[in-house]
Design a protein around this ligand. Structure first.
Ligand code: C5P
Length: 290
């Protein structure tokens, strides 16, 4: 029977601004998404009935799992399709790297291809947003400016490959809590947007020329509760990173380096922390179906 093995690449946010609260309970965002080499592996096989297995036993594998929800969403009638799915989790869960969202997006696209369900691009985008605010980005991949909940995407040509160092703290931060912390920080705390033109200029300039504008609004409230993350950011910069930030609502910290040698030296100097080396990737590498 036919099968597909898909790499579900994670993301970082070069910048992330929270622009205000909306009436539907979500926040209006501005962010610049970037696909990265870190990935989970998703294998989808045609089978006589549905099954799902995840390599990480601490991730719930029942109906709440985003991959199971994606599998149900992509069929016409909301039933589970006849596929056996295996998820090899390599991206830390709850770390702001969008691993679960990437898995869901690739499950939508993969099942649609494998079973020839004929879902259009527009339909997949709608289904993706129903699964989570970050999921639509993973249908596009590469580098993309996003507004709204994160689903209004303007894809851009990616900067040339940038070496990255990830630091994974021992704890994760629930996204809804991070938003609540932000809301409580102060009434005038919402930052003005960076804007598409400045983002384009940053990407064209290879990111580092605009490093001071590439900020994440979650850092202030999250670092206030977890000062060790601020200390990791400082260490990444001291180790030669041209840019360093928390990704998404945390807790993963990432440093971007001008070359691999400096990145590798930085990794060696932090060997008591849980780290991984990686790099930015473009759309062609991130997404198997265009
Ligand atoms: O969309 P998703 O399920 O990934 O969002 C998780 C939580 O993050 C939401 O329940 C909401 O509290 C918060 N969120 C938000 N504004 C966004 C995205 C997420 O407030 N644009």
């Amino acid at each position: 029977m036919a099968s597909l093995t898909l790499l579900c690449h994670g993301k970082i946010n070069w910048m992330l601004r929270v622009l205000g609260r909306r009436n539907d309970g979500y926040h209006e965002l501005e962010t610049l998404f970037q696909s990265v080499s870190l990935h989970d592996l998703l294998t989808i096989r045609e089978a006589s009935s549905f099954s799902f297995h995840c390599s990480n036993p601490s991730i719930p594998a029942g109906n709440d799992n985003l991959v199971v929800r994606a599998a149900r969403a992509v069929t016409d009638d909301g039933t589970v399709p006849p596929v056996a799915i295996e998820l090899d989790k390599r991206i830390p869960a709850g770390g702001g790297l969008g691993g679960g969202s990437a898995d869901a997006a690739l499950a939508l696209m993969g099942i649609n291809e494998l079973l020839r369900l004929g879902r259009s691009r527009d339909e997949l985008e709608g289904l993706a947003l129903s699964l989570g605010s970050d999921v639509p980005f993973f249908l596009v991949g590469g580098t993309a400016w996003a507004t709204g909940r994160g689903e209004k995407l303007v894809p851009m040509e990616s900067p040339k490959t940038i070496p990255l160092l990830f630091v994974f703290p021992e704890f994760s931060i629930p996204t809804n809590e991070a938003f609540a912390w932000l809301d409580r920080t102060s009434t005038d705390r919402f930052e003005p947007p960076m804007g598409l033109q400045r983002c384009r200029a940053a990407v064209k300039g290879g990111m580092f020329s605009h490093a001071e504008h590439l900020i994440n609004d979650f850092e202030e409230p999250v670092f206030a509760r977890h000062p060790e993350l601020g200390a990791i950011k400082k260490r990444l910069v001291e180790s030669g990173a041209s840019w360093s930030a928390m990704t998404g609502s945390g807790s993963t910290m990432v440093g971007a380096y001008p070359d691999r040698k400096r990145r590798d030296r930085a990794a060696a100097s932090m060997n008591e922390l849980r780290t991984a080396s990686g790099e930015t990737i473009d759309r062609a590498r991130a997404v198997p179906f265009m």
